[in-house]
Design a protein around this ligand. Structure first.
Ligand SMILES: Cc1ncc(COP(=O)(O)O)c(C=O)c1O
Length: 400
């Protein structure tokens, strides 16, 4: 018998070597208690959270919690069914209406996760005779959506408008084409040049899908994302997003003005063949989305946090993923996995949690310490964070 697990041997060995050095497992941390969107107890220690996707700090919002509790009591703990059978409750329609209002679009479809939203929409609209042109650094859920639909995949260099244009020009004129982009790329926290990319895509007769997972709630005057901030939201055919980041719960969605959009509810397998979200989750999501419509002050504070952390880390001598702060994600580039893991642990010992990211999730084989800010981080917390980076950086030799 061939052991089907033998292909994982190199990874198992790398992991064992790292753990044998006495390092805390960076991929097995337990949040023992969670005090707020910015503080948790980890390894018995009060820890500032700088590695969550809780950009707008909605997880402990009193209205959000109250809506969830009420729905749990009124509608029970789960729907036990698909959206197309017994799994559509009033709350699912209410959250879809909240999304239509938030984005000012005609249609909204809610999935059980953001992963499933990409998987479902991409695989259903682009089949084996169609082309999907996508940024090479696209999220795994986008690649998996392409694979599920069996479409022809044409990747182009990250954020390179000319490369996208060239790829599009080489495709046969009469074929179906979908360009898939992200507003903010989650590893380096950089923003896509959507204005130019949407223009070349439209000129080539392609439909455009933008995943705004990391920009919803924060970027754009109404928090609709990078496509709003760059003035192209009306030219984008589909926006995909998630409830697991700024919205502060779990779930995914697609919004669109396409007149035939509703047919997806009958033909999209990751929507049809899975249970719908629990009533408490859709109630918290709807409440959160409606509050995000009116969160300009929080957005402003989050920008201040992002600018302050970016400037401070740079001043300390760290190498960052972007030259300027472009989103709520600031990536600190580490020279290798060993140093990255040591720095990650040193930060944890200081009382700071960040994400350790490594290939294949990261581009170009990079090891990153990904910092993601929250609108509820106070000015003094950002000061503390910089102090912890200074101490950990010097202790591990990352900075002098
Ligand atoms: C760009 C992007 N799209 C989709 C997802 C999937 O979201 P979810 O956590 O809701 O499955 C993620 C999650 O990290 C993401 O970064």
């Amino acid at each position: 018998m061939t052991d089907l697990f033998s292909k994982f041997d190199p990874l198992i060995e790398q992991r064992e070597t790292l753990l044998e050095s006495g390092l805390t497992d960076p991929f097995n941390l337990v949040m023992e208690e969670v005090e707020s969107p910015t503080v948790a107890i980890c390894n018995g220690k009060r820890t500032i959270l700088l590695g969550t996707y809780n950009y707008m700090g909605m997880t402990f919002d009193p209205d959000v919690i109250a809506a969830g509790k009420k729905a749990l009591e009124d509608f029970g703990s789960g729907t036990t069914g698909s959206r197309v059978l017994n799994g559509t409750y009033a709350g699912h329609k209410a959250v879809e209406q909240a999304l239509m209002d938030f984005y000012a679009m005609d249609h909204a479809m809610v999935f059980s996760t953001g992963y499933q939203a990409n998987l479902g929409v991409i695989s259903t609209i682009a089949g084996k005779d169609d082309y999907i042109v996508l940024d090479i650094d696209s999220h795994a859920s986008i690649y998996d959506g392409c694979a599920l639909g069996n479409a022809q995949i044409v990747p182009f260099r990250h954020n390179d408008v000319e490369a996208l244009d060239k790829r599009l020009r080489r495709l046969p004129a009469e074929t179906g084409k979908l360009v898939v982009l992200e507003g903010v790329y989650s590893m380096l926290g950089d923003v896509a040049p959507l204005k130019e990319m949407v223009a070349v895509s439209k000129a080539a007769g392609a439909m455009v899908l933008v995943d705004e997972a990391h920009s919803m709630g924060f970027i754009g005057d109404h928090g609709r994302g990078v496509s709003e901030a760059q003035g192209v939201i009306d030219d984008v055919d589909f926006i995909v997003g998630t409830f697991s980041k700024s919205v502060g719960t779990v779930g995914g969605f697609c919004v669109s003005n396409h007149p035939k959009f509703e047919i997806l509810r009958l033909v999209c397998r990751p929507y049809v063949f899975t249970a719908s979200l629990p009533p408490s989750v859709v109630a918290t999501a709807a409440t959160s989305i409606r509050k995000l419509m009116d969160s300009a002050a929080k957005r402003e504070h989050l920008w201040e946090n992002s600018k302050r952390l970016h400037a401070g880390l740079r001043q300390l001598g760290f190498t960052l993923g972007t030259d300027d702060p472009q989103s709520a994600i600031i990536a600190v580039i580490m020279p290798d996995l060993e140093t990255g893991a040591a720095m990650w642990e040193a930060l944890l010992d200081e009382g700071l949690y960040v994400n350790l990211a490594r290939p294949p999730a990261t581009p170009a084989g990079m090891t990153l310490l990904r910092c993601s800010l929250c609108a509820l981080h106070s000015e003094s917390q950002v000061g503390d964070i910089l102090g912890m980076f200074a101490a950990a950086g010097r202790a591990t030799g990352c900075i002098s």
